[in-house]
Design a protein around this ligand. Sequence first.
Ligand SMILES: [Zn+2]
Ligand SMILES: [Zn+2]
Length: 159
Amino acid sequence: MDKQLYQAVCINGHQKTDKYESTTDPKEFCADCGKKLISTCQSCRTPIKGHLKLEGVYGSFRPTNIPNYCSTCSAPHPWTSFILEQSVELLALDTELSSSQKELIKNALPDLLVDTPATQVAIAKYKLNISNATKVVKDAMYNILIDTVSETAKKLLSN
Ligand SMILES: [Zn+2]
Ligand SMILES: [Zn+2]
């Protein structure tokens, strides 16, 4: 029989394994950052799918990507919320942007993380407004987002 395995990921988004066998959270901590490891959605407790072990197939596989959102209840996973919270916190520090510009950027963020029909517009909103931010905030935002945003957003943000 094929066997669905799960991921154990720390709340900062470090994947420990995608071959975790239990459907409940591990009672362990991340060796990289010391944070709690989870293997389920923290809202609905659905296990986070990892490697699918096919019967009779052996060998090594690429690790499963860490999902941004729960596919059962659509709640953002802790590492996704963390990036959104950090970005909002950074925006609040900025002294150049108006509150409506900050609001526009904040609302665009979720559509930068995943490719949706709104991603292109979100990128335009983001780029037009962030260009008015102070350099410190602009650079820090870029660094936070660039590893996390969707492939489309990554290409458009870096040019
Ligand atoms: Zn970690
Ligand atoms: Zn969920």
